[in-house]
Design a protein. Structure first.
Length: 478
C-alpha cells in the first residue's frame, strides 16, 4: 500500500475523531438550546448567568469563567464559577471601559473577542502576577464582549489551567454564542424591569393626580410626592423648598432627612434664590435640574450643608425646580447615600413629580385666592349694606378698619379724617389704641402737607404709600 494512502487504522482514527467532534457539536448545540429555553422562560437573571458560565466551562473543558457587567461607566463582577471565585478575590471590583486598561475593559471598548497572546498582553499586571503565582499560562484565556443592540454591556471570560492551551476559533465562536445568550437574558431582564418600573411610576403619579383632583390637603399631596419620588428612584431621602417672597423656605420632607432639615432650618431658615447662591437657589434661578454626584464635594453647596450631609452620609443629589406658569416656585431635592449621578430617565421622573408638586401648590394658591376674594367681596358687601341703611357712621368706619385689617392679615388699622386743615384721629382697631395713647395730644392733629408726615404726605399727594418698615421711613412723624 502506498505511503500516500491512509491505512485502515488511520481511517478508523479519523472516523472516531469525526464522531467525537460530531458528538461534541451535538452536545454544545443541546446546551445552547437548553440555555435558550431558560432565557425564554421567566427565570432569575443571576441563575441564568451562573448556568452560562458553568456550561461554557464544561463544554470547552476550561477551568474557570466569569461575567462582568457594565454599571454606569465601569465593569462590575456579576457571576463566576467556583474556581474563579478564589482567583477573583484579589481582583479590582471595578474596571474602566477603555482600550488597553484591562482585558475586560479592552474587549468592552473594542467590541471584539480576544484570546491567546493578544488577551495576555492586555491583562492587568496584578492579574498576570496572580496567574504566575498559581502556575497558570496567561495565554490560556479568551474574552468576548456581551453585546445588546450594538452596545457592549459586559464581558464573558474563560481561562484554563492547562499549560499551552489555546482556544481555537471554533471555541471562541461557541463562547460568543453563550455571550449572546447572556446578553439576551440581561436585555430581557432590563426590559421587564423597565416595564415594572414604568408601571410603578405611572401608579404613583396616578395616586398623586387623584389626590390633586380631590379636596385633599396640600401637605398630604406634598408628603406623598417626596416619599414616592424617593422610593421610585431608589434614593435615601427627599425634601421640598418653597418660594415665599424672594426666599426659599423648608417644605415637606421624608423622615430619613428630617434631622437634616431641622438642623439646617434652625441655622439657615431661608435661602436666597440666584445662580451660584446654593444648589437649591441655583436650580430655582436657572429653572433646570442640577445634578451633583457628591454634594459633599460640590462647591455650589453651602459649607454648612456639605458638613451636615457628610455627617449623615448623604452624597448623590438631584435638585429639580417646581415650575408654574414658567415661574420657579420651589425645588424638589432627592438625595442618596452613595456617590451617584441620577440618570436622564430618573430626572425625567423627578421632573414629573416636581410638576405635580407645582400643580398642587398652584391649585392651593388659586383656591386661597378665590376664598380670599370671596371674603373681601362679603366684607365690602357688608359695608355697602351698612352704608345703604340708616346706620351710625362710626359703626361703618369701625367695620372698615377691622375688616381691612383682617382681610390683609395685618396687625391693626386706623383712620384720620380731615377737619379744617388738619387730620384728626377717627376709627381705630383695638390693637392700635395703645399707639394713639402713646403719641399723645401733641400729635393728634396732623397737617396736610407733602413731606410733613407719612399721613399728611399721602393726603397731599393723593397717592398710596407703602413702607416695609415704617420705623425706617423718612416721613415717619417724630
Amino acid at each position: 500500500m502506498s505511503d500516500q494512502r491512509k491505512t485502515k487504522k488511520q481511517l478508523l482514527e479519523d472516523l472516531e475523531r469525526e464522531r467525537e467532534r460530531a458528538l461534541r457539536e451535538r452536545e454544545r448545540s443541546i446546551a445552547l438550546q437548553e440555555v435558550s429555553n431558560e432565557v425564554a422562560a421567566a427565570h432569575d437573571t443571576d441563575e441564568l448567568l451562573e448556568l452560562i458560565v458553568n456550561e461554557t466551562v464544561r463544554l470547552l473543558g476550561a477551568s474557570s469563567s466569569h461575567i462582568r457587567l457594565l454599571e454606569g461607566d465601569t465593569l462590575v463582577l456579576r457571576v463566576a464559577t467556583g474556581a474563579t471565585e478564589t482567583y477573583m478575590a484579589g481582583a479590582p471590583p471595578f474596571l474602566k471601559v477603555e482600550e488597553g486598561t484591562s482585558l475586560a475593559g479592552h474587549v468592552m471598548a473594542t467590541k471584539k473577542p480576544l484570546s491567546g497572546n493578544g488577551a495576555a498582553q492586555t491583562l492587568l499586571p496584578s492579574a498576570r502576577r496572580a496567574m504566575a503565582e498559581r502556575g497558570r499560562d496567561p495565554e490560556s484565556i479568551a474574552a468576548v464582549p456581551l453585546l445588546a443592540n450594538g452596545q457592549s454591556i459586559g464581558t464573558l471570560i474563560l481561562s484554563d489551567e492547562t499549560p499551552g492551551r489555546r482556544f481555537t476559533d471554533d471555541e471562541v465562536s461557541l463562547i460568543v454564542a453563550f455571550a449572546d445568550q447572556a446578553s439576551l437574558a440581561i436585555e430581557k431582564a432590563r426590559l421587564l424591569n423597565e416595564a415594572k418600573r414604568e408601571k410603578e411610576r405611572s401608579d404613583a403619579l396616578y395616586r398623586v393626580s387623584n389626590l390633586l383632583a380631590g379636596a385633599h390637603d396640600t401637605d398630604e399631596v406634598l408628603d406623598l410626592i417626596v416619599n414616592e419620588a424617593t422610593r421610585l428612584v431608589g434614593a435615601s431621602g427627599a425634601w421640598l423648598r418653597l418660594l415665599k417672597g424672594d426666599q426659599l423656605l423648608p417644605g415637606a420632607a421624608t423622615e430619613s432627612v428630617a434631622d437634616f432639615i431641622t438642623s439646617t432650618s434652625a441655622e439657615m431658615p431661608t435661602m436666597d434664590v440666584g445662580q451660584g447662591t446654593s444648589i437649591n437657589g441655583h436650580a430655582m434661578a436657572t429653572r433646570r435640574p442640577y445634578l451633583s454626584p457628591d454634594v459633599t464635594e460640590d462647591e455650589l453647596a453651602t459649607q454648612m450643608a456639605r458638613t451636615k450631609l457628610k455627617e449623615l452620609g448623604l452624597h448623590g443629589s438631584a435638585a429639580v425646580p417646581l415650575l408654574a406658569n414658567d415661574r420657579s416656585i420651589g425645588v424638589l431635592v432627592v438625595m442618596d447615600r452613595t456617590v451617584r449621578r441620577f440618570t436622564d430617565d430618573e430626572v425625567s421622573l423627578l421632573t414629573a413629580f416636581a410638576d405635580q408638586a407645582a400643580l398642587a401648590l398652584e391649585k392651593a394658591r388659586l383656591l386661597n385666592e378665590a376664598e380670599r376674594e370671596k371674603e373681601r367681596s362679603d366684607a365690602l358687601y357688608r359695608v355697602s349694606n351698612l352704608l345703604a341703611g340708616a346706620h351710625d357712621t362710626d359703626e361703618v368706619l369701625d367695620l372698615i378698619v377691622n375688616e381691612a385689617t383682617r382681610l390683609v392679615g395685618a396687625t391693626g388699622a386706623f383712620l384720620r379724617l380731615l377737619e379744617g386743615e388738619g387730620l384728626v384721629p377717627s376709627a381705630t382697631t383695638e390693637s392700635m389704641n395703645a399707639y394713639h395713647a402713646e403719641v399723645g395730644e401733641a400729635n393728634l392733629l396732623l397737617r396736610v402737607e407733602e413731606g410733613n408726615s407719612m399721613i399728611g404726605h399721602v393726603m397731599a399727594t393723593k397717592k398710596p404709600r407703602v413702607s416695609e418698615d415704617v420705623t425706617l421711613d423718612s416721613l415717619l412723624l417724630r
